[in-house]
Write a protein that binds this ligand. Sequence first.
Ligand code: FES
Length: 220
Amino acid sequence: MAGKGRVKVTKGGSYQVSGGLPLTKMVIEADSNGIALSWRRIETYPEKENYTLCRCGKSKNKPYCDGSHMKSGFEGTETADRSPYIKGAKFYDGPELKLTDKRELCVGAGFCTRAGNIWNLTTNSDNPEYRKTAIQEASDCPSGRLVEWDKKGKALEPVLKPGIAVTEDQDGVAGPLWVIGGIDIEASDGYVYEKRNRVTLCRCGKSEACPLCDGSHLGE
Ligand code: FES
């Protein structure tokens, strides 16, 4: 099944998921200061070959679509930037690592702030402990805003089995859908977005970069 999974964005409606992609719920574990430490799976939804997930935020049967989008006037127009990740990403060069950062993909998960923050860790990546932490922080970044690269130019991506996770932060705030493992995401007009290991899709209906999450669920 892996590799055949697909997410189709429908016009003014849900995400149609096909190919038997596993669906789980993942929450952020944090320390006593609220700093994000790791992801923890707390639920596995029943296996289904095909299912539809809410993207308008109005369903009474979340994470699934219950048709509420038809009554709410949800538009969900797709306005996400379709240029490749690397275009417009900022580069931060360190002795053993290079970091790319595409700020507009931030969903506020906050893993990058731990242990002095990923930018400082990258700058000091000749320290093996800092290097390891920097790679872990980038790997935990759900949207793929942050990517660490080795000095030969190889992306240090985590190995992720294709699937979708409904996310929640350490304060119980509902976060985006985390689409992992290089799954095809097809726009309502048939365009296929850049295939990436880590992508976050809006499920509150408020993003101004639909279908991608832009952190709007966190409010002002
Ligand atoms: S997209 Fe159908 S209820 Fe939200």
